[in-house]
Design a protein around this ligand. Structure first.
Ligand SMILES: [Cu+2]
Length: 151
């Protein structure tokens, strides 16, 4: 091989390495997934509300599949709720299927979509006794673990 050809081969390999590195970086950005913004919780004595923002950094639409309370307490369940108006009165009900578009976000707030943890008073008290609630939200193929401090 002439020196000239060796240089060409080296340049080709260098370009290939740069392309592979660029693709890797791109995939990593695309693979950021779903993240949680500021989360907090409230406890009324009857239910625990969990509020915050979910951000979808992935390149696919993700739908909320399940919400679980990390604190291991029996007889407690978490649901995604929405508020509906019926004859001028507001009540809440299971939100049904909720999805977040790519690059989009979902706000969970009092008076709107929210996570509600239900159970008897003893169980709920046990969950909040350390001053925070931990929930695992499954959205599409992503799992987001959220520590929501009690306010
Ligand atoms: Cu609710």
């Amino acid at each position: 091989m002439t020196t000239h050809k060796k240089h060409l081969a080296a340049a080709a390999i260098l370009i290939l390495v740069i392309i592979v590195a660029a693709i890797t970086v791109y995939i990593n950005i695309g693979g950021r997934g779903v993240e949680a913004g500021d989360f907090y919780a409230t406890y009324t004595g009857r239910v625990i509300g969990v509020y915050g923002v979910l951000l979808n950094y992935s390149e696919e639409e993700v739908c909320i599949e399940s919400i679980e309370v990390a604190e291991n307490v029996d007889g407690v369940k978490a649901e995604l709720h929405r508020i509906v108006e019926v004859g001028g009165a507001y009540r809440m009900e299971p939100a049904g299927r909720v999805c977040i578009e790519p690059g989009g976000s979902l706000e969970l707030r009092p008076g709107g979509l929210h996570i509600m943890i239900m159970g008897d008073r003893d169980s709920l008290s046990k969950i909040v006794e350390d001053g925070s609630v931990t929930v695992t939200i499954r959205a599409g193929s992503y799992e987001v673990r959220v520590d929501a401090e009690l306010r």
